[in-house]
Design a protein around this ligand. Sequence first.
Ligand code: VGL
Ligand code: ZN
Length: 216
Amino acid sequence: MKFLTAVVVVDIQKDFTTAYKGSLAVNGTDQTYLKSASEATKKLKGVGLPIYATQDWHPADHVSFASNHKGKKHLETITLEDGRTQILWPDHCVQGTEGAKLLLDEKLFAGIVKKGTNSKYDSYSGFQDDGGAKTVLDKTLKSTGIKNLIVYGIATDYCIKFTVLDGMAAGYDVTVIRDLTPEIAPDTAKAAWAEMEKKGAAIWPSLDMAKVKKLL
Ligand code: VGL
Ligand code: ZN
């Protein structure tokens, strides 16, 4: 059977979780969350859907790390030489480190899409970085005839928002699973949910396998 729907699990990595005392730990990412995310992913895999993971994968000299900008702190915003604004974060998901590891069983995934690998550009989106360089995600999905995406993971206000908006811009119907998608801050998350919905994303409060079966 050929599926019309794929699942994109965003950035479920040690550094983003309280469960592993990550450097950029997001509220609501304890062991209970990880268990729910893992069970949901297994159910989706169980009905045959292809599952892709995105993985934040930064070099140590990445532009988004406050430590690479003298005198700057976590969550400050800077203006880069080319005029773009960049939010600064603690060092996180450095290539090859423990904190960059994915927390779901990698056997679940049809592919793992690394992002944020260019030190000059951040990449909240799983589709492309801030310099416009595409990842393999869109090509991979299009080449297998995928039309719909089910998205969840970390975090609503950054990587989920940009992955969902770029997914819709690339022509996919996108559904986001709210209770599997924790957020960095309430105000930015509220705006992110509103924007995703306004631009046409379906927001489900939780994973509903009866509804998923209609998307297959
Ligand atoms: C993310 C901040 C920096 C995310 C990644 O996964 O939402 N947030 N890098
Ligand atoms: Zn990052």
